[in-house]
Design a protein around this ligand. Structure first.
Ligand code: NAI
Ligand code: A1CAB
Length: 280
């Protein structure tokens, strides 16, 4: 069957939107080459169509059949039902990319009607502006060409790296959830600036420019973060006083624990669904 859509997103939530926005913005696909379906919220599909021009065919099964690549973007807990609905009609000549946390390629393969290529990806919501950090790994039926095409998809929306499947939970805990940790730090810094006497707009702008500047310093100088930090920290100065407070509250260890817990949670999400019924 001739593919009508380059991509059909199964799931129309925040991750699907972030990828759609990035793909269109970077010219990887035209809006007409993208279909999106969800469980029942037609208003959400209309809204995505109005804002991005993507298609939301009323015949959802037809949209699945007519796509070259299916992007599974439902919550892990909804994956089993979604694959009961759509898995049987997916063919060998189609490619399946799952962005779900914790769900293994083998688990997905067992729920497809055909031995289609399955690729697991873990992007993040910075896909929306072409700045994702995405890790990819292949399932057992994915060949080099499938992986390369998946890589090209995610290259269009940011940085892409290939990992083994056993590393995917760690990727999820670090860079999948990662933007949330950074936003959390931004919230705290802005709040700190305000409580120290700055106006909200000034606290926000100074925080954001500090974040952007530090990120560019890391990328452009390629210096170690510890070295860049050392250069800011004059003995007996303000930075050292601030860093000592962070150390005394185990900020470093707390961040490490957060990433480890998110990694463990990704594993738990996979295990929670691993004993549900498999298509015979
Ligand atoms: N939000 C994030 O930052 C990231 C999320 N992910 C993964 O992306 C996936 C989606 O996450 P979100 O977009 O945040 O969730 P969300 O809750 O915003 O969206 C889920 C979508 O799936 C749809 N859906 C549920 N059952 C369906 C079915 N049977 N058929 C078709 N559509 C169905 C819902 O209608 C909804 O549109 C999750 O598995 C998550 O682990 C991965 C990386 C980052
Ligand atoms: O919170 C979650 O489960 C998803 C996976 C990575 C980011 N968001």
């Amino acid at each position: 069957m001739k593919a009508h859509f380059q991509y059909c997103f199964i799931g129309a939530g925040s991750m699907a939107e972030a990828i759609i926005a990035g793909l269109i913005q970077k010219g990887k696909a035209t809006p007409a080459e993208i279909a999106v379906i969800n469980r029942q919220n037609n208003d959400r599909l209309k809204d995505l169509s109005r804002r991005y021009g993507v298609d939301y065919p009323l015949d959802k099964a037809e949209a699945v059949r007519r796509a070259r690549t299916l992007i599974l973007a439902v919550k892990p807990k909804d994956m089993d039902f979604a694959l009961q609905q759509w898995g049987e009609i997916i063919r060998m000549d189609q490619r399946v990319i799952s962005v779900a946390a914790g769900i293994s390629t083998a688990w997905i393969e067992q729920r497809l009607g055909a031995k289609a290529a399955v690729i697991r990806a873990m992007p993040n919501t910075s896909s929306m502006i072409g700045c994702s950090a995405t890790a990819l790994c292949p399932g057992q039926y994915a060949v080099e060409k499938d992986l390369e095409e998946a890589k090209q998809t995610f290259d269009a929306i940011g940085y892409t790296v290939r990992v083994t499947e056993q590393d995917m939970d760690a990727v999820t805990g670090l860079s999948g959830s990662g933007p949330a940790y950074i936003y959390y730090v931004v919230e705290a810094l802005e709040q700190a600036g305000i409580s120290a006497g700055l106006s909200q707009p000034i606290a926000r702008q100074l925080t954001l420019q500090t974040l952007v500047g530090a990120a560019h310093m890391l990328l452009e100088t390629e210096e170690e973060p510890a070295e860049l930090r050392r250069r800011i920290s004059s003995p007996g100065g303000t930075t050292m006083a601030g860093l000592e407070t962070l150390d005394s509250h185990q900020f470093h260890q707390t961040l490490v624990r957060a990433v480890h817990r998110a990694t463990e949670r990704s594993r738990e999400l996979g295990e929670a669904w691993s004993d549900s019924t498999v298509r015979s």
